[in-house]
Design a binder for this molecule. Sequence first.
Ligand SMILES: Nc1ncnc2c1ncn2[C@@H]1O[C@H](COP(=O)(O)OP(=O)(O)OP(=O)(O)O)[C@@H](O)[C@H]1O
Ligand SMILES: [Mg+2]
Length: 449
Amino acid sequence: MTITSNTNKTTYKILVVDDCKPILEVIQENLRNASYIVFTESEVEKAIEFLAENKVDLLITDLRMPNLSGLELIKHVRENFSDMEVILITGYPSIQSAISAVKEGAEVYLVKPFSTDELLSSVNLVLEKLERRRRAHNIEIPAGSYGIIGESDAMKKVFKLIRKASETDLNLLISGESGTGKELIARAIHNNSRRRSAPFVPVNCTAIPENLIESELFGYAKGAFTGAGETREGFFQLAEGGSIFLDEIGDASLALQCRLLRVLQSKEVVMVGSNRVQNVDIRILAATHQNLPNLVSKGLFREDLYYRLNVLEIKVQPLRERGEDIFLLLNFFLARLKKGSNLSSINFSDEALQTLKRYNWPGNVRELENFIQRLAFLYDGEEIKSSSLPVHMKSMISGGTGLNKTLAEVEDEYIKKILDSVSGSKTHAARILGIDRKTLREKLKRILK
Ligand SMILES: Nc1ncnc2c1ncn2[C@@H]1O[C@H](COP(=O)(O)OP(=O)(O)OP(=O)(O)O)[C@@H](O)[C@H]1O
Ligand SMILES: [Mg+2]
């Protein structure tokens, strides 16, 4: 089985502590340019608070600071976090402080002023060591697997289920909000299963017109109807030996559900205009943003089909419930953008990062990805401050949209924001808002008036 684990440096988190702001900024910039995730604090007390809430891989700390010193911070880290590396920097080199620092557990000792190269090679050195240690102790490298980024417990569970699901041929249902990565997961399972060299065929269950269900799914024979000039295979023949991905299964019409149920039971298909029964060898993967048991109880989804699909289930948590993944994803998308373009660097201020962490991401990972793309081109080479972030991100966090707005204004703003987060797709926006497309269209007419 091939597992592609994403262990590049874009996923390491580094906290830099120094009471001298200009030095802090230079180090931060150098490390961010090298694609690390960087946080800064100018006081030891604040750093301790930060570490209580955020997991980091490496601490870089100054030695002499007012109040608590860097040595005390190192001691705190050694006592509380076993899986963290430490680099000490100081402008006052002395044998004594170096000895103390090493005794307390600093890996590397850097004397100011140091060059960017010196900084980066020290950082590389300790992070390589950290990675070797994690491997040796079999600590899961937290960046993610299968090209899917995430280190939250929720995502670790998903990775485990992907591995299990890849080893069997059982039907699987993936559920989760829009933009949480359901299709990514389905592809990962196919690509890690014994079927990987056969096709993965996605079928959008909302996009098949009622009168074309049979011919789309099972194909048609030449001459089956007017216009059938050639024999054409349907999704099920195309996926032979591989996997079919029934996307948006919760939105399938009852007619489609009925047809799917039959083929899932019999594993046989017949082309329109033919009477030859074909056996198909296909793995079924399905996904939905809907709550299927709910639909079943309302009579909108067939219970028998639900049980057939739901032999295995993967539930993907919304991004707001796995805040630990936000910085990882942010850095992953930034690094990917940089690779494919001539963008120089994109930096976020610490305050902006905290805003992003607390924002509720209704469009999930897709929203984050779009957001970063837009921002990267707007702010190439500049630091993104909290003040440069869209108003809706900040207003959502501060727990209100302003106390002087009418309900209609708040609604308009929210609708615009959601549309923005899904790159203008009305289908997605309507889904997130929990209204149908028609209602959304009406509301947009009002907004755009
Ligand atoms: N954990 C992740 N790591 C990296 N990229 C991700 C992750 N989750 C989602 N994405 C990216 O976010 C986007 C949306 O993912 P995907 O299409 O799989 O979502 P979905 O759950 O199928 O959404 P929808 O219900 O709207 O169809 C894609 O570009 C995908 O690559
Ligand atoms: Mg999808």
